[in-house]
Design a protein around this ligand. Structure first.
Ligand SMILES: [Zn+2]
Length: 221
């Protein structure tokens, strides 16, 4: 895809996410890795609903601004995941309500934030890790993401929001949406003793769709 098309795609998905209330105000940011090793990154203080393709930050392979507005200050979230997650070509970070809400619940397992509720959550988002709360701008959040060693394509920042990688921007957006909707389902069903997918049903999905779930192998089922 050409540079122009990629910029348009960032704006189109950004507007779609914003208009559906998935990230308010000027929160949230999107990045794309380019073939030359550089990046396109949404600008600082920009609403995802009103992006201008020409003002999207273009960074070189060293992360230096080549053109456009200054990139989001949350760029360490993106670079930490690109550095550790082989094959990540696009990253979406949102402040989406239900995903943020579940990070504050006491029972959350930081290595598998949500139970296996639907096949599409597992197929698109995989499992999700939770990293602790960090003050916005604290560089330690990047170390926490790197500490997951790229095993997760979707990470939740406590009291903040999801960071999700994909092999394309569309894949990263769809995975973020699955994470948000599954968090919503979890909250709807919390305390109602719901029936999640069984270990056998999860194993079947892993086998048929070739999924890599970090926790699945550890438990050996
Ligand atoms: Zn944020």
């Amino acid at each position: 895809m050409t540079d122009v098309r990629l910029r348009e795609e960032i704006c189109r998905f950004g507007r779609s996410l914003f208009e559906r209330g998935l990230t308010p105000g000027s929160s949230g940011n999107i990045s794309l890795r380019l073939d030359d090793g550089g990046w396109l990154v949404t600008p600082t203080n920009a609403s995802l609903g009103f992006l201008d393709p020409a003002r999207i930050a273009r960074l070189d392979a060293q992360g230096k601004l080549v053109s456009g507005d200054a990139p989001t200050k949350e760029i360490p979230l993106h670079t930490a995941l690109y550095e550790t997650r082989a094959g990540a070509r696009a990253i979406v970070h949102l402040h989406s309500t239900h995903a943020v809400a579940i990070t504050m619940l006491p029972e959350i397992d930081p290595m598998a934030v949500l139970p296996p509720m639907t096949p599409y959550y597992l197929m698109r988002a995989g499992q999700t890790a939770l990293v602790p709360y960090f003050r916005p701008g604290d560089p330690a959040v990047a170390d926490a993401i790197k500490g997951l060693a790229g095993r997760y394509s979707s990470v939740l920042l406590a009291n903040h929001g999801p960071v999700v990688a994909g092999v394309t921007l569309e894949a990263a957006v769809f995975a973020t949406e699955e994470l948000e909707e599954t968090a919503k389902l979890y909250l709807l069903l919390r305390g109602l003793n719901p029936r999640y997918l069984s270990p056998e049903q999860v194993s079947d999905l892993v086998r048929v769709f070739g999924l890599t779930l970090p926790r699945h192998d550890e438990h050996g089922h």
